[in-house]
Design a protein around this ligand. Structure first.
Ligand SMILES: [Zn+2]
Length: 279
């Protein structure tokens, strides 16, 4: 009763499923430790020092793999401070930075060089999100028009340090005007959430095992920022920030996504770090 056609069809179906599986398996997310920022007080974040005992912020970088492509989300603290111990922030008395293992070395552990990363997206262009950005000038950069407009030249936002991302000026750039579905399948979505900076973004992921996950950017810095809806005094626009909070909270309710506040050190301590990953 052996039917060679049945066998051939069976093999063809198995081959088709195997060929499709990398695409249907959904995004992989690697979490990397790109330093920390310790503050003396939290008044600048619209909180009092009694509102939260937290003084140290985690500084993450993330690498996504999906459909055979890679995307960096956040580029961490400046690489110049790697291995330098506690580095004071001159403009913030009592505050310091630490960064032990560079993003480049952490990427190497998962078998990648910056030149091999296809896409880069940054929640915004503050110094703790762009530290290694210049190494990704060969990637395609996803950026909101409003962030790009204040990134370069004479109009540059005074809170930005263009030296750290100057090389992106000549990168292949995809200018965005709102939310963007990076791979066209709804699995990796850049969410426009302006206010912290003009073109601030969050990132919504839909993963096979982990489920839906929203990475906050700097919409919130602390758990207490979310509870109190506190707006940092250094935000570009307080009203836009509050609208972005409403938009993201509605999105969380609608999708059932888990929220990761990126700077939340207590959360970060519990996360798997690269070369381990979420999928
Ligand atoms: Zn930040």
């Amino acid at each position: 009763m052996t039917n060679p056609w049945k066998r051939l069809i069976g093999l063809a179906v198995a081959g088709f499923i195997a060929a499709c599986s990398p695409q249907s398996s959904g995004p992989k997310l690697f979490v990397m430790d790109c330093g920390s920022l310790t503050l003396k007080d939290v008044a600048g974040f619209g909180l009092t020092n009694d509102d939260t005992p937290v003084r140290t912020l985690f500084v993450p970088c993330y690498l996504l793999q999906h459909k055979g492509k890679t995307m960096l989300w956040e580029a961490g603290l400046p690489l110049a401070i790697v291995g330098a111990g506690k580095v004071d922030i001159e403009s913030l008395p009592g505050a310091y930075l630490e960064y032990e293992v560079s993003l480049v070395d952490q990427l190497a552990e998962i078998g990648l060089t910056p030149a091999e990363v296809d896409y880069i997206a940054l929640s915004h262009l503050h110094f703790d999100h762009i530290g290694a950005a210049n190494l990704f000038a060969g990637s395609t950069w996803f950026v909101q028009r409003s962030e790009h407009e204040v990134a370069f030249g004479e109009k540059a936002n005074p809170a930005f340090v263009p030296d750290y991302y100057a090389a992106l000026e000549t990168a292949k750039t995809q200018i965005l005007d709102g939310d963007h579905d990076v791979f066209g399948d709804g699995k990796v979505k850049l969410i426009s959430a302006p206010g912290h900076t003009p073109g601030h973004m969050a990132l919504l992921l839909d993963m096979k095992k982990t489920g839906k996950l929203l990475l906050s950017g700097d919409l919130y810095h602390f758990q207490m920022s979310r509870q109190l809806k506190s707006v940092p005094v250094f935000n570009h626009d307080a009203e836009d920030t509050r609208e972005a909070m409403e938009k993201v909270e509605a999105l969380l309710a609608e999708t059932g996504a888990t929220l990761w506040i990126e700077h939340d050190m207590e959360l970060a301590r519990t996360l798997k770090k690269a070369p381990n990953f979420y999928q």
